[in-house]
Ligand binder design. Structure first.
Ligand code: AMP
Length: 512
């Protein structure tokens, strides 16, 4: 009997204090609860072994509850038996440790502008911890609308605090609109769809931060990693699922998740999901969700196709638009460096050697270009660099991003996979090796610098065969982009001759 007790205690991750089912005791006042074991937070070790380090250790893949009900389908049963054999699912879900809220007077002083939007201490504590002193424009507009329960179509430039604009009020509503109940197995209450794995990981981390002082549990469901830890965590019950569409559909088909309990559906970077061909997947996912839900659309740009979807998926949405969705942030200086196509590699190298920077992202149109440029930079010992594109494994993608974020490499060479929403602070330069074909991509790419009102710089290498793309960008942002020449670079032909040739149509009109 003693031995049995010891074993049970071990599986609970218990050092003598935590009780199974602690999560049921969670309450919205954020009361302290006892640690379920070493490391505090409920992050599974067993299941996480198969998951590469996404830099999101706090986002749950926590121990699953043993499943009592029927197993969904044959393959699931087989998987369960296998998992059971490996001891993966025999543990109780560890409960989240909710820190004590700071004293109300302290919060009131530090977060009064957020409190004025209707936010309560359960999320204000997280706002204070992030050090935000006043809300951004999109937060001022969107937070009250989300709190009142209306659907939202939100447009905001990249880096303007969109994630907090939807995450803060949604976390609060989970806690305060009705008594908080821990999520049932496979039945999340919030679903966030993100176009790329990197953005999904970042959004899941943000949700985790904003719900730190609440019992709300967050799970990242992204492709490129094993499904099993995700299945186990879904079994254990999570409140918020942040997912990429493809992997989520796999889980839906295998009945690992049921979206009928989703009360808040958030579609982030919707236009990008369209560009990436996810339109059908996204529509199907929306159909799986309950119709009794609040739906929030967020995107930097809102093309007609997205508006069409919003009319179908949203009920009487209110607009929360900030600035001109077509323009890059005012804090970003951006230039074009005209050059013969054949000299682009050399000009890039010369720029890297001339510019004073800590971190730079170089965007390329193709994965092959990204690999070649990285090889070229390394071969010429210009600076340390790494590569991010969709041919890389998830492990390689995570490692590249981590090394860049931590400043261990100065240059990240990436395809448009990195152009949306990624929040990497202090990027000195964005360099477009090619002029982006889609004007929206230009705005998103250069939005990687100059985030959260910081100053940023962006450079586009432009050869005459890209004139039509550059014209479209200048029409899209409704202003010409200054042409520059790199002093001391041995141009094969007069670069400003190319520049003169490419004066865009709308500028010609204005000059008359
Ligand atoms: P996002 O647009 O959500 O990717 O956010 C861009 C960056 O702005 C992130 O680093 C956030 O932590 C930061 N941020 C969001 N809201 C605020 C705020 N109110 N004050 C200062 N920084 C913020």
């Amino acid at each position: 009997m003693k031995v049995l007790k010891k074993i049970l205690s071990f599986f609970k991750g218990d050092k003598g204090s935590g009780k199974a089912g602690d999560s049921k005791k969670a309450n919205s006042r954020g009361e302290n609860r006892k640690s379920p074991g070493k490391g505090g937070r409920a992050v599974r070790s067993g299941s996480n072994k198969t998951r590469p380090d996404t830099g999101s250790a706090n986002v749950r893949g926590s121990a699953a509850k043993p499943r009592r009900g029927a197993i969904c389908d044959g393959s699931g049963a087989e998987r369960k038996r296998e998992a059971s054999k490996q001891g993966r699912i025999s543990r109780k879900k560890a409960s989240k440790i909710v820190p004590q809220l700071p004293p109300e007077e302290e919060l009131a002083g530090r977060t009064s502008e957020f409190a004025a939007l209707g936010l309560k201490p359960c999320v204000l504590a997280a706002v204070a911890k992030q050090g935000y002193s006043s809300p951004t424009e999109i937060q001022k507009l969107a937070i009250p609308i989300v709190l009142e329960g209306s659907d939202v179509v939100g447009t905001a430039q990249t880096g303007t605090g969109k994630t907090a604009a939807f995450a803060l009020p949604v976390v609060q509503k989970l806690l305060l609109d009705a008594p908080y109940e821990p999520a049932k197995p496979r039945s999340p209450k919030v679903l966030v769809l993100s176009p790329t794995r990197e953005l999904a990981a970042q959004t899941a981390q943000a949700f985790e931060k904003f719900s730190e002082f609440t019992p709300v549990e967050v799970l990242l469901v992204q492709g490129g990693v094993s499904m099993n830890p995700q299945i186990d965590a879904l079994e254990g019950g999570v409140d918020v699922v942040v997912a990429t569409p493809g992997r989520l559909l796999d889980h839906i088909r295998q009945r690992n998740i049921n979206l009928k309990s989703v009360r808040y559906l958030i579609l982030d970077e919707v236009d990008r999901m369209f560009d990436m061909g996810f339109i059908e997947d996204v529509s199907n996912i929306i159909r799986y969700c309950s119709t009794e839900r609040q739906t929030l659309f967020f995107s930097a740009t809102m093309p007609d196709a997205v508006m069409k979807l919003s009319r179908w998926a949203l009920k009487n949405p209110k607009n929360a638009g900030v600035g001109i969705a077509h323009s890059p942030a005012d804090t970003i200086e951006h230039f074009v460096y005209p050059v013969d196509a054949i000299q682009k590699y050399d000009l890039l190298l010369a720029l890297l050697k001339t510019l004073d920077f800590n971190s730079t992202i170089i965007f390329t149109r193709t994965r092959r270009d990204a690999d070649r440029i990285a090889e070229w930079i390394e071969a010429n010992k210009a600076c340390s660099c790494t590569v991010l594109h969709s041919d890389k494994t998830q492990r390689e993608r995570d490692a590249a991003l981590k090394a860049f974020k931590e400043g261990r490499v100065k240059v990240l060479v990436a395809t448009d996979i990195a152009s949306r929403g990624l929040d990497i602070s202090n990027i000195t330069y964005v360099i477009n090796y090619n002029v982006p074909e889609q004007p929206e991509d230009y705005v998103h790419r250069i939005g990687r610098t100059g985030r959260a009102n910081a100053e940023g710089r962006a450079i586009t290498l432009f050869s005459s065969d890209e004139t039509s793309f550059l014209d479209r960008i200048e029409s899209f942002i409704e202003r010409p982009i200054e042409r520059r020449v790199l002093e001391g670079f041995a141009y094969r032909s007069d670069p400003l001759f190319d520049a003169r040739k490419s004066v865009p149509a709308h500028r010609k009109r204005r000059n008359h």
